[in-house]
Design a protein around this ligand. Structure first.
Ligand code: BGC
Length: 410
């Protein structure tokens, strides 16, 4: 995976090369005005929804206009229920959601759960792309349990890996799945939020994604006039991708979202699913470290990583790519892109993997949470009870340091 490889490079350029000079991560040129999309020719409804095609009158409508800024603020402190429903089958990644988790999460002071869901593993590959009823029932159960504990719920579409490689071929299926999801949940309370796609990337380029955003909004809004949409940018849903995101102006009930894992060489050190050059463990936050760290051979083969470690080992905090200012600069860019987008922003994922030492994880998580809160962002930590876990399922207890980082004691 080439995941987020450009991001650390960008940070390096920003924080090391130019020592204090304000640098833009990308030219702030206004994007071209959105060409209105031709209305999508609706597919024959009997091929999409043989049993459950809603009549137009079935479109849910809000009792009063919904303010996305209020909706974004309401998300408050959140946590991702990662590694469960976005595994190919729930349980395959070691985590099966339990009723008790919802009480734990609510009692600990969280307001929101984000539920990553791999719908694409549970839907027909051919029209009408029907989503398996028992899987839908499982998602119903998650939403109901969260609501019973007073938690807001964001459901997304996660790991639809095929659409990132063949966006054209998968568009019809993507929209058909969203039509079914939106139809099923259209009468749910408005503290259910819908996030069309997690971290678009690869061939689902910013340009293609912006076009698909128009279509998925149309599809959802045909049946659901209530639920706030949560939309991230392409290029893995980071801050850079956010800068290229366009949401049609007539969609007023939408929040922008971004994910934050900077510096990646810290948050993803030793993570099994990223490239070998990220394998140097012992990276601490904040840097510089007391003892110099020698990168592993795979890291030494990549020039920007060599430079990154040189700076990591030697630069004072202010200029260190693994220091506080590297983070605040990035978050300031998020604020800027949010303003350009004209939408409130939600930090939908951030976290540091368990191969980093716990004190550094707590330091980083505390700092990112505080800086996000200063900028008015609600947030959701990645994630509850697996490799980034704020909750330790084996010990059956919270990782107190991480929990306090996320839900400070007042
Ligand atoms: C991915 C996870 C991954 C996490 C951190 C998420 O968006 O879906 O698989 O663990 O980001 O890399």
């Amino acid at each position: 995976m080439n995941r987020k490889r450009w991001l650390p490079l960008l940070l390096l350029v920003l924080c090391v090369g130019c020592q204090g000079t304000a640098q833009a991560p990308a030219a702030d040129t206004p994007g071209p005005t959105r060409t209105p999309e031709p209305t999508v020719t609706p597919l024959p409804t009997d091929t999409l929804q043989p049993t459950d095609t809603p009549e137009p009158a079935d479109r849910s409508e809000p009792d009063a206009p919904i303010d996305p800024y209020v909706q974004a603020e309401r998300l408050g402190r959140g946590v991702n229920l990662g590694n469960a429903l976005e595994a190919p089958r729930e349980g395959e990644w070691g985590l099966v959601l339990q009723e008790s988790y919802f009480a734990l999460i609510a009692d600990a002071g969280f307001d929101t759960v984000r539920v990553p869901i791999r719908w694409s593993s549970h839907a027909l590959n051919e029209p009408p792309y029907t989503i398996d009823e028992s899987f839908l029932a499982r998602v119903d159960w998650v939403i109901e349990n969260a609501f019973e504990r007073g938690l807001n719920v964001v459901i997304n579409m996660h790991h639809y890996d095929e659409i990132f490689q063949e966006p054209g071929e998968h568009e019809e299926r993507f929209l058909a799945m969203w039509r079914q999801i939106a139809t099923r949940y259209r009468h749910m309370p408005d503290n259910l939020y819908l996030e069309p796609l997690n971290e678009p990337h690869d061939r689902l380029t910013p340009e293609r994604w912006n076009k698909l955003v128009v279509k998925v909004i149309d599809t959802i809004r045909e049946v659901d006039g209530v639920h706030t949409l949560v939309i991230g940018g392409a290029e893995w849903g980071g801050i850079q991708g956010l800068s290229k995101l366009k949401i049609p102006e007539d969609e007023t009930n939408a929040i922008g979202t971004f994910h934050f894992y900077e510096p990646f060489l810290f948050t993803h050190q030793g993570a099994e699913w990223v490239e070998d050059e990220y394998g140097t463990t012992g990276v601490r936050w904040p840097a510089p470290p007391e003892t110099e760290l020698t990168p592993i051979p795979a890291a030494l083969e990549v020039p920007w990583i060599v430079q990154w470690f040189e700076a990591y080992n030697t630069q004072p905090a202010r200029y260190n790519p693994c220091g506080p200012q590297a983070i605040t600069k990035e978050l300031d860019w998020a604020v800027r892109w949010g303003e350009k987008l004209g939408r409130p922003l939600w930090l939908g994922e951030f976290g540091a993997y368990s191969k980093a030492d716990m004190q550094s994880r707590v330091n980083w998580t505390t700092f990112v949470r505080e800086e996000a809160a200063k900028r008015g962002f609600s947030y959701a930590y990645w994630e509850f009870g697996a490799g980034f876990g704020v909750y330790d399922r084996e010990a059956k207890g919270w990782n107190e340091g991480l929990l306090r980082a996320l839900v400070p004691q007042e």
